[in-house]
Design a protein around this ligand. Structure first.
Ligand code: IPD
Ligand code: CA
Ligand code: CA
Length: 268
């Protein structure tokens, strides 16, 4: 069993409660595809409802902690040392298309350091948790990053920009280079789960540009506690600022970092 601290217990309970409604809503999606309201509005409501439940539950258990939320932005707490960073539904587009690959992501920051993390996919019932210095868990089993060192055998995940976002050419150049050198690239559409899958040793690495803190805060701790390396795309520590991230096992990380840098240099 994972050594579950009171903090993690609170996080797990909040995520389970929020996920019950998310799961019900997911089950309703087929009907909604044909309703007048349409899936987009419905999903916005599902995001908001999950976030509301999480805020209520966590505020009740830890009064005074602040929040950084995808939907409602910042809520200042009376305790300036603690803050929850939350994406109530990561993988919204998947959810909207009835693809069962989405998650709730919760991180707890203490004095600017992420100390606890949870990523939960309600459909597969996979609960990833980590606490600083305590290792990472998938349900009640410890998880580790993969041991693969051969770049040519590596399975790599990424996220790609879409309509209205910048840098399509640069990211195509990166993709082209990584495609040519590895066993395969995946784009599953939920950054939190991409990081969780690196922690679980399913992907050997993952990179993406321009994410938000709520997409990656929990996943960063999870990968590190699973023995992996996480940096921004210059090799530095600025992931939460820039939103650029590279997470991998120790062997693959430097190879992917070098490959991506080379690809970007060729474009500019
Ligand atoms: C998105 C997902 C996706 C990533 C996007 C994110 P959302 O989050 O994590 O994988 O590529 O950039 O915005 O909107 O589904 O919460
Ligand atoms: Ca997200
Ligand atoms: Ca979201």
């Amino acid at each position: 069993m994972s050594p579950q601290s009171p903090t993690l217990t609170v996080m797990v309970q909040a995520a389970r409660k929020a996920s019950r409604k998310l799961k019900r809503d997911f089950g309703e999606l087929e009907n909604l595809q044909v309703s007048k309201k349409g899936p987009a509005d419905f999903v916005t409501t599902a995001d908001m409802t999950a976030e509301k439940t999480l805020v209520e539950e966590l505020s009740h258990a830890r009064p005074g902690y602040g929040f950084l939320l995808e939907e409602r932005g910042k809520i200042e707490g009376t305790d300036p040392t603690h803050r929850w960073i939350i994406d109530p539904l990561d993988g919204t587009l998947n959810f909207m298309h009835a693809i069962p690959h989405f998650a709730i992501s919760i991180a707890l920051e203490r004095q600017g350091v992420i100390v606890a993390a949870l990523i939960y996919n309600p459909v597969t019932d996979e609960m990833y948790t980590a606490e600083r210095g305590q290792g990472a868990f998938l349900n009640d089993r410890r998880c580790r990053v993969s041991a693969r060192r051969d770049f040519g055998q590596a399975l790599i995940a990424t996220g790609l920009p879409f309509m209205g976002q910048d840098h399509h050419e640069m990211e195509l150049a990166e993709l082209r280079e990584v495609m040519a050198q590895t066993a395969g690239v995946r784009r599953f559409g939920a950054a939190a789960l991409d990081l969780a899958y690196v922690a679980a040793g399913r992907y050997d690495a993952y990179w993406e540009h321009a994410l938000n803190p709520w997409d990656i805060a929990a996943g960063i701790l999870l990968v590190r506690e699973a023995g992996g390396f996480v940096t921004d795309l210059t090799g530095g520590e600025g992931m939460l600022k820039s939103g650029d991230i590279l997470a991998a096992n120790e062997g693959i990380h430097p190879q992917l970092l070098k490959t991506l840098k080379k690809a970007r240099n060729n474009v500019s």
